[in-house]
Design a protein around this ligand. Structure first.
Ligand code: HEM
Length: 491
């Protein structure tokens, strides 16, 4: 039960924080485009997004703190080990958070109060802080899938499988190869010796270097950041498709311009995401063959239907994935049954992963269809296409969460792959009154977070938001006019 709460908290935090990273990135991009292309509507859009994103940021931070409490409370074993090799990035994350807090509020509260160039600089710094935070946190997660010293164990030419193995560096510099069974025994019999080995191995890479040298570190980080931007883009397209039907004709142009630029950004970022996704799958194939076996559903005796069983599509998909993963369609996928039972990830990730990829391909195809109407036919999309877009906010969140489920469920039974099992990492035992009280607070905050998402989507698509901006513009213009006339009177 405790783990479920922790998972729930982290998932709600992820659902909201994507809008923090994504919407600020889109707002700053639109402001830059507005200045370059002298496009007034882009500027209005950037300001309306900033008005909503400032509140998301606050709620995101609150759910983030709760998610952190969940980690402290429910995963003591994990934090003890992470403290040895991952303190530096978590420490840097604190400063990244400072930067984002300062610049996000400066950016929001200085619209029309500082020069355009300086305002864009503040925006870039705000997005930089958000992304640096993301880098630190995602790389902590990456080290759970690819811990220090991890080696490639799988040979796709022969299909021969070996259990996870590592090369550690002893304090005296000698290299010590260990497989996951030997590591388990060492943690059991002499945890001090293991911690010493782990520390020396990390020091060899450097406490910061380890963030960038770990396999999957950069691809996972980029994949998560692009996921946040894509989730925001598809959500906004859904919101604008909802609005365009309800506003007066003179306001429709604003939403048409919004739709056009978001569709272009959507096509660009989806392509980038697919390429990054390929490199991530490549790292999974090399270092987590157990996860790949479950992702591809390579169990012939489990009585499950997999994508490979689908006539025509199955063999094509299998050959394509083999070619992308191993450079040859004759290569062998790791066989699920070759993996020792206690190390097999749940096969459900085969369906989760391919549902994600299937949904992403359909979303991408639908963007191309919208682009065909908006840019080639130069007309609004037909009603059935517009209705389809209303499902974007939910479907893109499903794609994103299925990504995390592939990542996290695919690493089971490990919390730190080949080193620390979930059983050893998580708190167990009786639930004290204190924990119950905290869980209640937890649920309240998280439920507020969920309510807030619905509120935010409504606010984003409200006329008030645009009216507020027009009012502000008029007020600023009036002040400037009266300042000018006072100046003229004085001269
Ligand atoms: C066709 C394109 C895509 C491919 C090939 C792909 C591939 C992958 C793979 C292989 C993983 C698991 C990595 C691991 O377990 O280490 C993953 C994780 C993930 N995917 Fe995707 N993905 C794609 C599109 C997307 C999209 C469009 C989103 C979100 C909008 C997304 C969000 C995520 C997230 C959040 C994770 C977990 C975090 C991370 O590993 O960065 N993916 N993806």
């Amino acid at each position: 039960m405790l783990r479920a709460f922790s998972e729930f908290g982290i998932t709600v935090h992820w659902i909201i924080l994507q809008y923090s990273i994504g919407i600020w990135t889109i707002a700053v991009t639109l402001e830059i485009l507005a200045r370059v292309k002298k496009q007034e509507n882009y500027l209005k859009m950037a300001r309306s997004l900033s008005k909503v994103a400032i509140i998301i940021f606050a709620v995101g931070a609150a759910t983030g703190t709760m998610a952190e409490f969940g980690l402290l409370l429910f995963w003591p074993g994990f934090l003890e080990l992470v403290g040895i090799f991952f303190f530096a990035p978590l420490y840097i994350e604190v400063f990244a958070f400072f930067a984002e807090v300062i610049f996000v509020y400066l950016y929001h509260y200085t619209w029309k109060k500082v020069g355009p160039k300086f305002h864009i600089f503040l925006g870039v710094m705000a997005v930089g802080g958000l992304i640096l935070s993301g880098l630190m946190i995602v790389s902590a997660n990456t080290l759970m899938s690819f811990p220090p010293g991890i080696q490639e164990t799988y040979n796709p030419t022969t299909g021969e499988y070996q259990s996870p193995s590592y090369i550690y560096t002893a304090p005296n510099g000698t290299e010590i190869p260990l497989n996951s069974t030997q590591i388990q025994n060492m943690i059991e019999s002499d945890p001090e010796q293991y911690n010493e080995l782990l520390e020396a191995t990390v020091m060899k890479e450097g406490v910061i270097g380890i963030v960038f040298k770990t396999p999957g570190a950069i691809t996972s980080f980029m994949h998560a950041i692009v996921a946040a931007i894509l989730t925001s883009i598809f959500t906004l397209i859904g919101v604008y498709a909802h609005r365009i039907k309800r506003v007066k004709e003179e306001k429709k142009e604003y939403y048409r311009d919004g739709m056009k630029i978001l569709v272009i950004l959507g096509i660009i970022y989806s392509t980038i995401q697919g390429i990054i996704g390929h490199f991530m799958a490549d790292e999974v194939a090399r270092f987590n063959p157990e996860k790949l076996a479950a992702m591809e559903g390579t169990c012939t005796v489990c009585g499950i239907i997999t994508i490979s069983d689908i006539p025509i599509l199955g063999p094509i998909t299998e050959a394509t994935v083999k070619f992308l993963a191993y450079g040859s369609i004759d290569a062998f996928f790791p066989s699920y049954m070759d993996i020792p039972e206690e190390y097999r990830p749940p096969l459900i990730i085969h369906y989760i992963y391919y549902t994600k990829i299937g949904m992403m391909m359909s979303l991408f195809a639908s963007l191309l269809l919208i682009a065909y109407f908006l840019f080639y036919k130069k007309q609004d999309t037909p009603e059935w296409v517009r209705k389809g877009m209303l499902g974007y906010p939910v479907s893109i969140q499903v794609v994103s969460i299925f990504g995390w489920m592939t990542r996290e469920i695919g690493r089971k039974p490990w919390t730190i792959f080949g080193v620390l099992t979930v059983e050893d990492a998580a708190r167990d035992g009786p639930v004290s009154t204190g924990i119950i009280i905290l869980l209640t607070v937890y649920i309240l905050v998280i439920s507020f977070g969920l309510w807030f998402i619905v509120w935010f989507l409504n606010r984003l698509s409200s006329d008030e938001l645009l009216d507020e901006i027009e009012e502000e513009d008029m007020k600023i213009a009036d002040t400037e006019k009266s300042d000018k006339s006072i100046e003229e009177e004085n001269t």
